[in-house]
Design a protein around this ligand. Structure first.
Ligand SMILES: *[C@@H]1O[C@H](CO)[C@@H](O)[C@H](O)[C@H]1NC(C)=O
Length: 229
């Protein structure tokens, strides 16, 4: 009476798929969820440069666990004709710098994008947004300005005034509004605002050193991928 049932049970148990114990190494991080990290910035803002330089070091330590992006803080003002009704705090050249960075983010690799931003920053806040600097930094980051698509997006002359790039800027500024990011620089790790640098570090409950950000990203990474046991 019980035999067929026991047999069936045995068959089911032995047929159940063997679940391998995954040895978590860097190489299988490809399958993991990376931690989204956003920096709310303005391209010509000294606070943004400071955050970006801090995150250059963070990337060196946990770059393979995170997806970094920049979100641009600016104001909507429909009377501004050149940048689709966007006013940038540090002037039109800042809007141009934002557009150049957004277009590079869209049309180049993440590494090239980051090298491009670092190159502009290295030139200094007074230079960021200038067409000649954008073209020079694209070359330094090994991006073909025209062939990559970045040129059509941000203007082949580097002006940052082409429709596609201006549209990316409007969307990014809208996102910053939606995230209630008003200060450059605001650091958001996995949708949580963890720190602001506005003249000085502010509201940084978990700390503001490179290692503090690394720790918070590691913690979020482990939480996001905890199904692996
Ligand atoms: C991109 O194309 C424009 C228009 O054809 C040209 O004037 C410019 O020199 C090119 N720029 C680069 C960096 O290749």
């Amino acid at each position: 009476m019980y035999l067929p049932l026991l047999t069936l049970l045995f068959v089911l148990v032995s047929a159940s798929p063997h679940v391998p114990l995954v040895d978590q190494t860097a190489s299988d991080r490809t399958f993991d969820s990376r931690v989204p990290v956003q920096l709310g910035v303005m391209s010509k803002c000294p606070d943004a440069l400071l955050c970006e330089s801090t995150f250059n070091e963070v990337l060196g330590k946990v770059g393979d666990k995170m997806d970094l992006s920049l979100v641009y803080v600016a104001k909507f003002d429909e009377s501004e004709p050149d940048f689709g009704g966007i006013i940038c705090k540090h002037g039109a050249e800042e809007c141009a710098g934002n557009v150049q960075q957004l277009c590079i983010a869209k049309y180049a690799s993440p590494d090239q994008w980051w090298n491009f931003v670092q190159c502009q920053n290295f030139e200094g806040t007074a230079q960021i947004g200038k067409p000649s600097v954008a073209l020079k930094c694209a070359e330094a980051a090994q991006i073909d300005w025209n062939a990559s698509g970045a040129g059509q997006c941000a203007g082949e002359d580097g002006s940052g005034k082409e429709d596609e790039g201006v549209d990316l800027l409007r969307k990014s500024v809208r996102l910053a509004h939606d995230l209630e990011v008003t200060k450059s620089c605001t650091i958001i790790i996995n949708s949580r605002r963890v720190c602001v640098h506005d003249g000085t570090w502010k509201e940084c409950e978990g700390g503001h050193t490179v290692n503090d950000f690394v720790r918070q990203i590691n913690d979020e990474y482990d939480r996001l991928n905890s199904f692996r046991g």
